[in-house]
Design a protein. Structure first.
Length: 100
């Protein structure tokens, strides 16, 4: 199963919160919705039910954990972006002991 998760670099961990996007854009997830729309137009055969626009890193990790626990199949996750984003995912997912 392929899933596309689009979310801002926003987390409850204050030291990981982004300051690059305005509060109104974060509240509306404007950039993430535009990316989802572009992804849909570039890959029209990709199921839209597998595209998730989410408000935070925690939500993305929760979706992945839910998919794994409901399907029972192993997940292979590719995270792309800045080192700040990668570090946030490693921290939120509790992978710091195996990520390095």
């Amino acid at each position: 199963m392929h899933v596309s998760l689009l979310f801002p670099l926003l987390t409850r961990l204050l030291d990981l919160a982004t300051k690059a996007i305005s509060d109104s854009e974060l509240a509306e997830l404007t950039t993430q919705r535009a990316l989802a729309s572009t992804w849909t137009s570039l890959a029209p055969s990709f199921p839209t039910s597998h595209i998730h626009v989410l408000p935070s890193l925690e939500h993305a990790v929760q979706i992945l954990e839910s998919i794994h626990s409901n399907s029972g199949i192993p997940l292979h996750v590719l995270v792309t972006g800045s080192l700040h984003l990668i570090g946030g995912i490693v921290e939120v997912a509790g992978l710091s002991d195996v990520a390095l």
